[in-house]
Design a protein around this ligand. Structure first.
Ligand SMILES: *Cc1c(COP(=O)(O)O)cnc(C)c1O
Length: 376
C-alpha cells in the first residue's frame, strides 16, 4: 500500500491580540526563552532551574509551602491533581458552583468515588457564604470544601479568604481554583490558609498553555500521606511526583518534564517578580477601569455586579439582536482580536473580554475599543 505525502509545510500563524478567557498574549521575552537549547531533564543546570521555578511560584502564590510546583499539563490537570490526591472513596466534598468550573469539580469528586454536596449560586454571582455554612451544618462529616476563586465563565470573584476561614471552622480542608486569579488579582495562599490550590500558565501569567502551578499546605500533605487507598492516577500521584520536584532528595525519574515549556514559565515568573505582584494586581485593576469606561461609552453593560467583578475577565451582557458569533469573527478577521463568547448556559448571552497578564495594557484596550466602535 502506498501513501501519498500530504502537501503540508511549516505552520506560520499570524500574531493575534488575545483578549479572551485565555490564553493571553505571550511576550516575546517568554517565547525567546522557550527557544533556548533543550537540556536533559536530569541535567544539574535544569534541576537548578526547576528549583528556581519553585521559589518563583512560592512568590506568585505568596506561600512558603514546600510542595509548590508546576504540573506538566494544563490547569485541568492541576485541578485533577488536587482532587485525586485528597479525595478517597466515600469522602464527602462540598462543591460550590457558580459557573462552568464548579461543575468540573463535581465530576472530579465523583470520579474519585466521593460524594459531592453541591452549593449552587446563580451564574454571575459570587459563592454565597450563608449557603456554604448551611451545607457545612448539614454535613458535619464533610472533608473538603472546594470552590473557584475567579470564575472565568462569568467574570465573578468569590471571597476566598472568608470561604476558607469558614471551612476551617468546620475542620474541612479547602481546594481552590485560582487558574484565572493567580497574578491578576489579590491571592495570598499562606495568609488565607488555603490547603490545596491550582492555577494555569496561560492566563494572568501570560505564558504558553500547558503547565499548571499547584501548591499544597502541610496539613494537606499529611492527609495525602495517610491515605488508606492508592491514588487512582499514577501520573498525578503526589507521592510519586514529589520524588521529581522535591528538593532535599536526589531527583528520580518520574516523567520527562516539558523542558522548554518550563523555561517559558520561569521567564514569565521572572517578569512577575520584576514587576512585583502587588503592582501586577493594581495594573490589572486600573486597566479594567479604563476598559470599563470605553465599553460604557459604547453603551455596553457588565454582567456581574461591580463589587464582584474580576479585573482580568470582563463579562459584557449582549443586547438582543447582536449577532454574537458574526461579530466575534469580524473582530478576529478584520482586527486580529480574539475575545471570548459565553460558555455553557451563557452562550450567546455574554462576551468575555480578558485583560490577563501581558494582554492587560493600554494598547490592547485602545485597539479593542476602536474595533468595537467600528464594528457595532
Ligand atoms: C482555564 C480554566 C481552567 C482550566 O485550565 P486549562 O488550562 O484550560 O486546563 C480551570 N479553571 C478555571 C477557572 C479556568 O479559567
Amino acid at each position: 500500500m502506498t501513501f501519498t505525502k500530504p502537501a503540508i509545510q511549516s505552520f506560520m500563524p499570524e500574531t493575534r491580540t488575545l483578549m479572551g478567557p485565555g490564553p493571553s498574549d505571550v511576550p516575546k521575552r517568554i517565547l525567546d526563552a522557550m527557544a533556548r537549547p533543550t537540556l536533559g531533564h536530569l541535567d544539574p543546570d535544569f534541576v537548578g532551574m526547576m528549583d528556581e521555578v519553585k521559589q518563583l511560584l512560592q512568590y506568585a502564590f505568596q506561600t512558603k509551602n514546600e510542595l509548590t510546583m508546576a504540573v506538566s499539563a494544563p490547569g485541568s490537570a492541576g485541578m485533577e491533581m488536587c482532587f485525586v490526591n485528597l479525595v478517597e472513596p466515600g469522602d464527602k466534598v462540598i462543591v460550590c458552583q457558580n459557573g462552568v468550573f464548579g461543575g468540573r469539580m463535581k465530576e472530579n469528586v465523583e470520579r474519585c468515588g466521593g460524594t459531592a454536596i453541591m452549593v449552587q449560586d446563580d451564574w454571575g454571582k459570587p459563592v454565597d457564604l450563608n449557603k456554604v455554612k448551611e451545607a457545612l451544618d448539614q454535613n458535619k462529616d464533610a472533608k473538603i470544601v472546594a470552590f473557584v476563586h475567579a470564575e472565568t465563565s462569568t467574570g465573578a470573584r468569590s471571597d476566598a479568604k472568608a470561604i476558607v476561614a469558614l471551612a476551617h471552622e468546620y475542620g474541612c480542608l479547602t481546594i481552590v481554583d485560582a487558574v484565572t486569579s493567580l497574578g491578576g488579582s489579590e491571592l495570598k495562599v499562606d495568609e488565607w490558609n488555603i490547603d490545596a490550590i491550582y492555577s494555569g500558565s496561560q492566563k494572568c501569567l501570560s505564558c504558553t498553555p500547558g503547565l499548571s502551578p499547584v501548591s499544597f499546605s502541610n496539613q494537606a500533605l499529611e492527609v495525602i500521606k495517610n491515605r488508606k487507598t492508592k491514588v487512582q492516577s499514577w501520573f498525578l500521584d503526589l507521592n510519586l511526583v514529589m520524588g521529581y520536584w522535591g528538593s532535599n532528595q536526589k531527583r528520580s525519574y518520574h516523567h520527562t518534564a516539558p523542558i522548554n515549556a518550563l523555561y517559558g514559565l520561569h521567564e514569565a515568573l521572572v517578569i512577575l517578580l520584576e514587576e512585583g505582584i502587588e503592582h501586577a494586581w493594581e495594573r490589572h485593576y486600573q486597566n479594567h477601569l479604563k476598559l470599563k469606561e470605553g465599553l460604557e461609552a459604547l453603551g455596553l453593560d457588565f454582567f456581574v455586579e461591580e463589587q464582584y467583578r474580576l479585573p482580568q475577565l470582563n463579562a459584557i451582557t449582549l443586547n438582543e439582536g447582536l449577532d454574537d458569533a458574526a461579530l466575534r469573527t469580524k473582530l478576529l478577521r478584520n482586527y486580529g482580536i480574539e475575545i471570548g463568547g459565553g460558555l455553557g448556559v451563557m452562550t450567546g448571552k455574554i462576551w468575555r473580554i480578558g485583560l490577563m497578564g501581558h494582554s492587560s495594557r493600554q494598547e490592547n484596550i485602545d485597539k479593542l475599543i476602536g474595533a468595537l466602535k467600528d464594528t457595532l
